[in-house]
Design a protein around this ligand. Structure first.
Ligand SMILES: C[S@@+](CC[C@H](N)C(=O)[O-])C[C@H]1O[C@@H](n2cnc3c(N)ncnc32)[C@H](O)[C@@H]1O
Length: 313
């Protein structure tokens, strides 16, 4: 039987994703356009993944396939939600745009207040120290960026990057934190400009891990540290079943009262991405293949993974 800790992390993991729904994003306020800093938010740099996916995607059917062939996406396209790989990033962006207003509230309620504590600890354990410059990719409403500010001590040292204008519009970060439109695959910051790169719970939403990790390598200074937080499928069948019931049964009921009306869809999507995600060893191998050294994973409570690595130099 799972212990209290596993229930807590199941609750917490639910909180990380109650915020997704279909396509079109909100129109941007002038404040958000300002926050986006002039970066062409909707322009996407294509990496050629579409063609690579064609044969596999044609051969596969639904989201219940955890195994994936050698490839760079974190999971196969989920055709229950979007028709093809080409539609993945737009659909993901739309989900986060539409549900951004609920993100922090639900994270607080369902995370039972553990979220900021865990994020802060994970950053410190990965080597973040005062005075370091941080790029937080997939920053969303800025929860991990805020944790980074408390560690480095100066908001001006932290830059958040996210493709969802809705998430950035709802970001609550200390004055001085820079928020930029962009994606893990195309980060709008110069080469070798970050001492530390973090990404919280965005890995499952990327289009191409290899492209993203190469981009992380590009923007980090030699000697810089990498810290990627993600939810991983629990090893125990009982814990997996509980997590699934929690995410696809219980949480959607709560969320339909306190959050966006598409919460059941959002929870199913969340569960499907966890179930379909490539295993941790594949992620570690991709980090190493991008040139990072000492790639390793710390696991808490069987579900919270912190991938860490160092750029040589
Ligand atoms: C679950 S939220 C996490 C927010 C925040 N990092 C946290 O710790 O709470 C995932 C974020 O990843 C972003 N995202 C989706 N696709 C992305 C991509 N290709 N590159 C970077 N971020 C992406 C979403 O817009 C969303 O804001």
């Amino acid at each position: 039987m799972p212990g209290d800790g596993e229930w807590l992390l199941a609750i917490y993991s639910a909180a990380l994703c109650v915020r997704e729904s279909p396509l079109e994003g909100p129109s941007l306020s002038s404040e958000t356009r300002g926050k986006l800093g002039g970066f062409p938010h909707c322009r996407e740099r294509r990496s050629g993944v579409g063609s690579r996916w064609t044969s596999w995607y044609a051969a596969s059917s639904r989201a219940s396939i955890p195994a994936a062939p050698a490839m760079s996406a974190p999971h196969r396209p989920l055709d229950t939600y979007y028709p093809s790989e080409c539609d993945r990033s737009a659909w993901v962006r739309g989900i986060f745009d539409r549900t951004a207003g609920d993100y922090d509230r639900i994270e607080r309620i369902l995370g039972l207040g553990t979220g900021s504590w865990y994020r802060r600890r994970a950053l410190r354990d990965a080597g973040l120290t005062p005075g370091r410059t941080v790029v937080d990719v997939g920053t969303g409403t800025g929860l991990l960026a805020c944790a980074a500010v408390t560690v480095v001590g100066d908001p001006a040292l932290v830059t958040g990057v996210d493709p969802s204008a809705g998430m950035i519009e709802h970001a609550r970060v200390p004055a001085g934190v820079r928020l930029l439109g962009g994606s893990a695959e195309a980060i709008p910051v110069p080469d070798c400009s970050a001492d530390f790169l973090s990404m919280g719970y965005a890995l499952r939403h990327l289009s191409d891990l290899s492209v993203a990790f190469a981009e992380f390598y590009r923007v980090m200074r030699p000697g810089g540290r990498l810290c990627l937080l993600e939810i991983t499928l629990p090893a125990s069948a009982v814990s997996r079943a509980l997590l699934k019931v929690w995410l696809t049964g219980f949480v959607p009921r709560i969320a339909s009262v306190i959050a966006h009306r598409d919460a059941p869809l959002l929870m199913r999507y969340y569960w499907d991405t966890i179930a379909a995600c490539v295993p941790p060893d594949t992620i570690l191998a991709a980090i190493g293949a991008a040139g990072f050294a000492d790639a390793h994973r710390r696991v808490d409570l069987g579900i919270f993974s912190a991938y860490r690595a160092r750029k040589p130099g």
